[in-house]
Design a binder for this molecule. Structure first.
Ligand code: NAI
Length: 283
């Protein structure tokens, strides 16, 4: 997709971090934006700021685990803007701990948001994007964790690997029906966002409650420091915009993490067990 001005971008998880930066970047490009997030007040603040800057904004407080809520947003986009052109399935959450200690609720939450949420976005918007016959693009936010397997992050790693597989398959499906819709899978390393505070959105979590990632132990502080020292979200958004224009599949933001990705791929190709990562390998 080359021409973005006047087109419509949908972003989930738009109230914070990478999603907020994507919304701002698309609006700056002259796109109309449809923003979704489970957090009402931060979403309203983002929507108000973009409207004040002159953008047309549709904002929906919804949980991406709810398929019908995303279908409703798709209907609103059709009624208000005539459809959607760029779909960013970006909402995501993280938790951690030894695989055998995480509860069924921990698993359901991360699988529901990180994987089913992406499926729900695709099911709600892609049929209309295909039917319009116009150029379009789907951006699914995975992670470097979709290409490597660091310890204590089973649900996150499993769902992000699934988002990479889903994106590859979607690309093949769209090619099979000759749709003019590109696919990008966004695999960032550390980015300065609130991902390490994900438990604020976990069902049953109450404001002021200590988050429940204590099983991470020392890893918790390590992750916090890495995220706080990470890439600015606006730089990630810039790379996504370039990938949409170039119809590029991968956006991998951290060249220093490429050796871990290559090491795993080489071991798979050679029929060897992938190298064991320890947290400090994730430089
Ligand atoms: P963030 O926590 O700042 O933003 C995530 C947004 O998703 C928040 O606004 C949150 O309210 C929303 N959200 C959470 N659960 C939701 C639900 N059920 N329905 C709708 N919205 C929901 O974190 P960040 O980093 O901006 O996360 C965006 C994506 O980037 C996620 O998929 C994350 O896994 C991915 N990512 C982040 C990295 C980082 O270092 N920050 C690295 C690699 C990937």
């Amino acid at each position: 997709m080359q021409e973005l001005a006047g087109k419509v971008a949908v972003v989930t998880g738009a109230a914070s971090g990478i999603g907020k930066a994507l919304a701002e970047r698309f609006a700056a490009e002259g796109m109309h934006v449809a923003l979704a997030d489970v957090e009402a007040a931060p979403l309203a603040a983002v929507a108000d700021a973009l409207r004040a800057a002159g953008a047309e904004v549709e904002a929906a407080v919804l949980d991406v685990r709810n398929a019908s809520a995303l279908e409703e947003l798709a209907s609103k986009c059709t009624a208000r803007f005539g459809g959607a052109h760029v779909l960013c399935n970006n909402a995501g959450v993280a938790n951690g701990g030894p695989t055998w200690e995480l509860t069924v609720e921990d698993w359901d939450w991360v699988v529901g948001v990180n994987l089913t949420g992406v499926v729900n976005g695709i099911r709600a918007f892609v049929p209309g994007m295909i039917a319009s016959g116009e150029p379009g693009h789907v951006v699914n936010t995975a992670s470097v964790a979709g290409l490597t397997c660091a310890p204590f992050m089973s649900p996150y790693n499993a769902t992000k690997h699934a988002v990479v597989a889903l994106s590859e398959t979607l690309r093949a499906d769209l090619a099979t029906v000759a749709a003019k819709i590109g696919v990008t899978v966004l695999c960032p390393g550390w980015v300065q966002t609130r991902i390490h505070e994900s438990s604020r959105n976990k069902p049953g979590f109450e404001a002021g409650q200590e988050d429940d990632d204590s099983a991470l132990g020392p890893l918790r502080e390590f992750l916090r420091a890495k995220i706080e020292g990470g890439l600015a979200p606006r730089e990630v958004a810039e790379q996504v915009l370039a990938a949409i224009r170039a119809n590029r599949f991968w956006v991998r933001t951290h060249p220093d993490m490429e050796p871990q990705i290559a090491g795993r791929c080489e071991a798979v190709a050679a029929g060897k067990a992938p190298p064991l990562l320890v947290p400090t390998d994730l430089t």
